[in-house]
Design a protein around this ligand. Structure first.
Ligand code: FAD
Ligand code: NDP
Length: 594
C-alpha cells in the first residue's frame, strides 16, 4: 500500500488487486496454515504482512472496521470476506472457497468453465483440480467394450486395466517366488499352487472400491460426472450419449481431451475373434493356461513375467528387439531374467493367422507365424495376448470437424508445451498427447497443472524431462533419463563415462537365486562435471529405488553427489553410492562380497 493514502483505501486496493488476499502476520502459525492451504492447492494469493509494514496497526483497525474481525489471518476471495483461519479451512472443505474463486458464476455464455472428456488418470486429476480452483466442471467418461466384450467403470486405463491390476498380479507372482525362497530360509511350505479365479476376484474387488472412491471424490468436489460418450459439435459444444442412447448437449469455455488409448490388434485373420489384449487379461474369468504374448515392450514383458510367476507356460513372440526405446543392455538383462524363470521367446517373428481349434474355456487356438527369414512357425495356445502398442482415442469424436490437428506419426493430438491443441480453447493431456510418455503420473501432473493455468492464471508447465519409470518384470527395471545409446548419440562417446556394477541382492544369496543378477549403471556426461544423464537398475524393488533417485536427477545430481552420499547398508540401492568401475576401464564389475 502507498503510505498516506488512508488505511481503509489501502485495504481496499489490496483486496481489489489480489483475487485471494490474505492479511497476515509473518510470525503467526494460523496465517501460515492458511497460506499453506493455498500453496498446496496451487491457488495464487497475495499476502500482506501487517507486522512488516509501517502502518500495520492502522490497516488492522481498518480491517476491523470493515469486517468486525480484529485478528489475522483475515482472508478475502474475489473481494468477499471469508474470515480467519478456521473460516477459510471450513470454506475450503465445504466447497464455498471454490465457488468464491469462481466469482459466483464464471462464464455465463457456457454451461461449464471446463469440460474434460475422459475420466482416467489425467481427466480425473484435471477435473477435480479445476473444481478446487473454482471452476464449474464436468467430466465425461465412457468405456467402449473390448472386442471380447470386456468393459469397466470410472478411472480409465490405469485403475481398471493397467497399472493397478498389473502391479497386483506382479505382486502375486513375486509372492510365489518368495514362497519358494522361504524354504531356503527355514520355512516349511508345501509346493504352492495358484488359484487364478481367486486372484481375479480379489483384484477386481479392489478395483471396484477405487471406482467407487472416484465417484465420491467427484461428488465431493462438485464435478458433474456424465457416464457418456462425448463428441464435438463445435469447439465449445459436445454431444454426449449415455449407454441407453440418451443424448445431451453441453457447452464449455474450455474442453480438455483426456481420452487415452486402447490396445491395438493386428490386422490378421482371427486376431479379433480369438486374441485378447491387456483390456481382457485382468478380468479373465478362467486361467489363461498356455499363453502366447505377441509384442516385446512394457506390457508384453510385464504380462509374461507375472503369468509365468503364477506357474503358466508362457511364450513371447518378438518382432525385433525387447523394450524399444529403452537402454538395450538393460532390456536384454530383463529378457535374460525372464528366460531364466522359464519364459520362452520366439524371436524375429510375427503372427500371420489365428485359427480356433476348440472353444473353451480355455480355448485352443492355433497360431501361424512367420520369421524374418520366411520360416513358418506354428504353435497351439489357450490364450493369445496381443501387446503390440496402443492407439490413441482420437477417432470418431469430431476432432476433424473442429480443426484439432493430429500427428500423422501416431494419430495423437499435437500440442504446444502448455498442452494447447491447434484450437485455442481445446487442450489435451495424458496418453492422447503426441510425443509424451504414456504414464499415469505424467497424465496426472499435466491435468493438475493445466487446471490451475486454465482457471487461475497459474503459469507452471509440466516438465516432461527425466520422467522416472519402471518395467515391473519379476526382476524390475527402473530408469531415469537417457539410455546409454541415446547419451552417446547426444554427447558423443568421448564425453560419456558409464559407471556400472553387477551384484547379488542380499535376499537372493541365501535363496540361491540370481547370483550377480542385479545390475546398476550411471551414465555420466564428462563435460557437464559428470552430471548423471542416465540412471538404470535391474534389481528387486527397482521401482521403489528409482522413485527416490528421481529427485536427485531432478536436482541435476553429479556422480560425486552420489559418491558423497552415505549408503544404507545392506540395501540394493546403496550400490549407487559406491560405484567406481567404469565401462571404459574394462575392469571387473561383478561383486564378490559384502
Ligand atoms: P486413460 O486412463 O486411458 O483414460 C481415458 C478415459 O477416457 C477412458 O476411461 C476412456 O474410456 C475414456 N474415453 C475415451 N474416449 C471418450 C469419449 N469420447 N467420451 C468419453 N470418454 C471417453 N503407467 C504407469 O505410470 N505405470 C504403470 O505401471 C503402468 N502400467 C500399465 C499397464 C498396462 C497394462 C497399461 C495398458 C498401461 C499402463 N500404464 C502404466 C499406462 C497408464 O495406464 C496410462 O498412461 C494412463 O492411464 C493414461 O491416462 P489418461 O488419462 O491419458 O487415459
Ligand atoms: P509399445 O508401443 O511401447 O510397444 C509395442 C511392442 O509391440 C513393440 O515391442 C513392437 O515391436 C511390437 N509390435 C508392434 N506391432 C507389432 C506387430 N504388428 N506384430 C508384432 N509385434 C508388434 O506398447 P505397449 O503396449 O507395450 O505399451 C504402451 C505404453 O503403455 C508404453 O509406452 C508405456 O508408456 C505404457 N506402459 C507403462 C508401463 C509401466 O510404467 N510400467 C507398463 C505398461 C505400459 P517393435 O519394437 O518391433 O516395434
Amino acid at each position: 500500500p502507498t503510505p498516506g493514502s488512508g488505511a481503509a483505501a489501502q485495504v481496499d486496493t489490496f483486496i481489489k488487486e489480489n483475487k485471494v488476499a490474505v492479511f497476515s502476520k509473518s510470525w503467526c502459525p494460523f496465517c501460515d496454515k492458511v497460506k499453506q492451504l493455498f500453496k498446496t492447492n496451487g491457488i495464487a494469493y497475495g499476502a500482506l504482512e501487517l507486522d512488516q509494514v509501517e502502518d500495520g496497526p492502522a490497516l488492522q483497525d481498518a480491517l476491523k472496521e470493515r469486517t468486525g474481525q480484529s485478528t489475522v489471518p483475515n482472508v478475502f476471495v474475489n473481494g468477499e470476506h471469508v474470515g480467519g483461519c478456521d473460516d477459510t479451512l471450513q470454506a475450503h472443505s465445504s466447497g464455498k472457497l471454490a465457488s468464491l474463486l469462481n466469482g459466483g458464476g464464471g462464464d455465463a455464455q457456457h454451461d461449464y468453465d471446463v469440460v474434460v472428456v475422459g475420466g482416467g488418470s489425467g481427466g480425473l486429476a484435471c477435473s477435480k483440480e479445476a473444481a478446487v480452483q473454482g471452476a464449474r466442471v464436468a467430466v465425461c467418461d465412457f468405456v467402449k467394450p473390448s472386442p471380447q466384450g470386456t468393459t469397466w467403470g470410472l478411472g480409465g486405463t490405469c485403475v481398471n486395466v493397467g497399472c493397478i491390476p498389473k502391479k497386483l498380479m506382479h505382486q502375486a507372482a513375486l509372492l510365489g517366488e518368495a514362497a519358494e525362497d522361504a524354504q531356503k530360509f527355514g520355512w516349511s511350505i508345501n509346493t504352492p499352487t495358484h488359484d487364478w479365479e481367486k486372484l481375479v476376484t480379489a483384484v477386481q474387488s479392489h478395483i471396484g472400491s477405487l471406482d467407487w472412491g472416484y465417484r465420491v471424490q467427484l461428488r465431493e468436489k462438485r464435478v458433474t460426472y456424465l457416464n457418456a460418450y462425448a463428441q464435438f459439435v463445435d469447439e465449445h459444444t459436445l454431444k454426449t450419449v449415455d449407454k441407453k442412447g440418451k443424448e445431451k448437449t453441453i457447452t464449455s469455455r474450455y474442453i480438455v481431451l483426456a481420452t487415452g488409448g486402447r490396445p491395438r490388434l493386428p490386422d490378421i485373420p482371427g486376431a479379433r475373434e480369438y486374441g485378447i489384449s491387456s483390456d481382457d487379461i485382468f478380468s479373465l474369468p478362467h486361467s489363461p493356461g498356455k499363453t502366447l504374448i505377441v509384442g516385446a515392450s512394457y506390457i508384453a514383458l510385464e504380462c509374461a513375467g507375472f503369468l509365468r510367476g503364477l506357474g503358466l507356460d508362457v511364450t513371447v513372440m518378438v518382432r525385433s528387439i525387447l523394450l524399444r526405446g529403452f537402454d538395450q543392455q538393460m532390456a536384454n538383462l530383463v529378457g535374460e531374467h525372464l528366460e531364466k524363470r522359464g519364459v520362452k521367446f520366439i524371436r524375429q517373428c510375427v503372427p500371420t493367422e489365428l485359427q480356433l481349434i476348440e472353444e473353451g474355456p480355455p480355448r485352443r487356438v492355433k497360431v501361424l507365424a512367420k520369421t524374418t527369414d520366411g520360416e513358418v512357425v506354428e504353435g497351439e495356445y489357450n490364450t493369445v495376448l496381443f501387446a503390440i502398442g496402443r492407439d490413441a482415442c482420437t477417432d470418431n469424436i469430431g476432432l476433424d470437424k473442429v480443426g484439432v490437428q493430429l500427428s500423422p506419426k501416431d494419430g495423437k493430438v499435437v500440442c504446444t508445451p502448455d498442452e494447447k491443441s491447434t484450437v485455442s480453447n481445446i487442450y489435451a493431456i495424458g496418453d492422447v498427447v503426441s510425443g509424451k510418455p504414456e504414464l499415469t503420473p505424467v497424465a496426472i501432473q499435466a491435468g493438475r497443472l493445466l487446471a490451475r493455468r486454465l482457471v487461475n492464471d497459474a503459469s507452471i508447465l509440466t516438465d516432461y524431462a527425466n520422467v522416472a519409470t519402471t518395467v515391473f518384470t519379476p526382476m524390475e527395471y527402473g530408469c531415469i533419463g537417457l539410455s546409454e545409446e541415446d547419451a552417446i548419440a547426444q554427447f558423443g562417446e568421448d564425453d560419456i563415462e558409464v559407471y556400472h556394477q553387477y551384484f547379488t541382492a542380499l535376499e537372493h544369496t541365501v535363496a540361491q537365486r540370481d547370483e550377480n543378477g542385479s545390475y546398476a549403471k550411471l551414465v555420466c556426461c564428462i563435460s557437464q562435471e559428470y552430471k548423471v544423464v542416465g540412471f538404470h537398475i535391474v534389481a528387486p524393488n527397482a521401482g521403489e529405488i528409482t522413485q527416490g533417485y528421481a529427485v536427485a536427477m531432478k536436482l541435476g545430481a553429479r556422480k560425486w553427489d552420489f559418491d558423497a552420499t552415505i549408503g544404507i547398508h545392506p540395501t540394493v540401492s546403496e550400490n549407487f553410492t559406491t560405484m567406481n568401475v567404469t565401462k571404459k576401464s574394462g575392469a571387473e564389475s561383478k561383486s564378490s562380497g559384502c
